[in-house]
Design a protein around this ligand. Structure first.
Ligand SMILES: [Ca+2]
Ligand SMILES: [Ca+2]
Length: 331
């Protein structure tokens, strides 16, 4: 989800990102250099080799390989392995504004060339207001858009229609089991300033053959946000809490708590660890399915729906409050 533009938190990493973000793509070696604090470099020089570092030294967070700028409220990043591209959904305005100015950015995963408005509301017969979560099934890219899910041709971006979810307020994330698409309704409206108001519509939907069916509802869902389908079970993260739970027969099943809440995105690393973003913690956490979770990135401004490049083992992080996507090597 997106916040209005505001000052970046002054973590060293984010200050670095901002000061070098003139171009849309930043050569990764600059960020690698900038991400190594000078005292750390000095310590290595004094000791002679990294092998001599004290064993208790905490691991460095993964530096950004690349920063993509000029985005507008990036909510979600999705890797398409068939075409080897990243899609980035851009709200371009409020979470619930029907302004037809949302757009989808496409990034070549090999060259990192950016096509900023690959799909754009108001062009080529496309309507797109506030795009958020995305999923791929067959030749289609599904994109959540306030109270509906729009379909586009994943190869050329042409519009393929909309699936409405009656009574939904804030359709947020999408995922798929390969056949069906699942959608979360976070059940929130935006209030004054940066607040949210309970809309009472928390729910999980299943879309099959372009028809939507509500498979869970109620406040017990905890304002569901990010979704992922793992080992035959749907996993849900709560924006209203600190939990990741499995949805079993429409109810919360096994769950695990994280160190901070307002959870948004969920994806998996190459070894199966879960990667979860937290607005309240300004962090991305990593951990095995049963926990514990530890932060691997910090100082993030509204980190939203994470993506993962399964070919290159890269974590794709939308900083929705800072109009950036950063890409990190996370094996
Ligand atoms: Ca918009
Ligand atoms: Ca989300």
């Amino acid at each position: 989800m997106n916040q209005p533009d505001g000052p970046l938190r002054q973590s060293p990493a984010m200050a670095t990102l901002r000061c070098v973000s003139r171009k849309r793509i930043i050569p990764f070696f600059l960020l690698l250099l900038a991400a190594c604090p000078s005292d750390r470099l000095g310590q290595r020089a004094m000791k002679g080799s990294p092998r001599d570092l004290p064993p208790a030294m905490p691991a460095l967070p993964p530096p950004a390989l690349t920063v993509i700028t000029e985005l507008r409220g990036p909510e979600s990043v999705l890797y398409d392995p068939a075409q080897d591209v990243y899609y980035i959904s851009n709200l371009n305005g409020g979470l619930l504004n029907a302004d037809n100015n949302g757009f989808i950015t496409r990034v070549n995963a090999q060259t990192l060339a950016v096509e900023l408005e690959w799909i754009a509301g108001g062009r080529n017969g496309v309507t797109l207001d506030a795009p958020k979560g995305m999923a791929l099934v067959g030749d289609s890219l599904y994109v959540s858009d306030i109270a509906g899910v729009r379909k586009f041709d994943r190869r050329n971006g042409s519009a393929q229609g909309i699936i409405t979810l009656p009574g939904a307020t804030l359709i947020n994330d999408l995922t798929t089991d390969g056949t069906n698409v699942y959608a979360s309704d976070t059940g929130l409206r935006t209030g004054p300033g940066r607040t949210f108001i309970d809309a009472g519509t928390d729910s999980i939907w299943k879309i099959h053959d372009d028809r939507a069916e509500k498979i869970a509802s109620g406040h017990e869902l905890g304002h569901p946000n990010g979704l992922d389908f793992i080992d035959g079970r749907l996993r849900v993260v709560t924006f209203g809490g600190e939990e990741v739970y499995s949805l079993d027969n429409g109810r919360r099943g096994h769950e695990v708590s994280l160190p901070a809440g307002e959870l948004d995105g969920i994806t998996r690393a190459a070894n199966g660890d879960l990667l979860v973003s937290s607005w309240a913690g300004h962090e991305v956490f990593r951990g095995p399915e049963k926990g514990p979770f530890t932060p691997i990135l910090a100082g993030l401004n509204a980190p939203a729906d994470l993506g993962y490049d399964t070919k290159r083992h890269r974590l794709l992080v939308p900083h929705s409050g800072s109009n950036l996507v950063t890409i990190h090597s996370v094996p």
